[in-house]
Design a protein around this ligand. Structure first.
Ligand code: NAP
Length: 227
């Protein structure tokens, strides 16, 4: 499958490498290729620079958002939350495409931990769906550290990945990708339409507090039910 991953940060790089390793044809999207390649220094997670990433992953092509999306029917959206709408807008006509939306509406302007710039009665997933009504936004994977998204078995026990979106066929495609990553049927919880992103994006404040208390991002939520 031809897949465009939007975002050159740790999430975009991790998803692109894993999808490429699964034999998908992957492009990685950025605002400006020259600027991305020229950027020096690592982020807080020690993510390789874009230049290092491109050098180490010759099968993954770095393109502008529009060029990356061209000819694909699946976009993995892994940009900063406040750049998500602009990234999709820059992609040109994305009608009919599926967008696996991993973004969170995090506002770091007052330091750490960040707050949510959309919450309660709205969500970034919904805002994107409203802005691109002919595109199928599917919110998933945003509730965990990126290493776990693409390798759920590395946790050593079952946990939960949430899925939310308005279009059943688009969700089925995303669930297919999740299974390729190693998620079991029993771990995948379809919460319903895109308004469920209020819930999954709303998990970030507790995710951040758990991270703050344990200093360990390698954990996941698990919905435990009585048998
Ligand atoms: N880190 C995790 O494990 C984790 C887990 C769950 C969810 N998330 C979510 O995943 C997303 C990506 O996180 P990250 O840490 O990998 O990267 P990030 O630093 O949040 O985002 C980097 C990407 O955002 C793009 N971007 C920033 N502002 C933009 C704008 N105004 N218009 C268009 N694009 C813009 C950048 O484009 P350029 O390449 O052009 O600079 C870059 O590709 C975030 O929404 C985050 O909340 C992260």
């Amino acid at each position: 499958m031809k897949i465009a991953v939007f975002g050159t940060g740790s999430v975009g790089q991790t998803l692109a490498i894993r999808l490429s390793g699964l034999s998908h044809s992957v492009t990685i999207g950025t605002r400006n290729v020259e600027n991305a390649l020229a950027r020096e220094g690592k982020d807080a997670y020690g993510t390789p620079t874009v230049a290092e990433f491109v050098k180490n992953n010759p099968s993954i092509t770095l393109k502008t958002y529009a060029d990356a999306a061209n000819g694909t029917d699946l976009i993995v959206l892994a940009t900063k939350g406040d750049g998500a709408e602009a990234a999709l807008a820059a992609a040109g006509n994305i009608d009919g495409k599926i967008v696996l939306d991993i973004t969170n509406p995090l506002d770091f302007s007052k330091g750490f931990p960040p707050t949510l710039f959309l919450t309660n009665d709205t969500s970034l997933g919904e805002v994107l769906q409203a802005a691109f009504p002919n595109t199928h936004i599917v919110k998933s994977l945003n509730t965990m550290f990126n290493g776990l998204m693409v390798n759920p078995r590395s946790l050593g026990e079952d946990s939960t990945v949430f899925v939310g979106g308005n279009d059943a066929a688009a969700k089925a495609r995303v669930i297919g990708i999740l299974k390729e990553f190693g998620w079991k049927d029993s771990e995948i919880l379809d919460l319903g339409d895109i308004t469920t992103a209020r819930g999954t994006e709303g998990m970030l404040p507790i995710w951040l507090r758990i991270f703050g208390a344990t200093k360990n991002g390698f954990f996941n939520f698990k919905v435990a039910t009585g048998k």
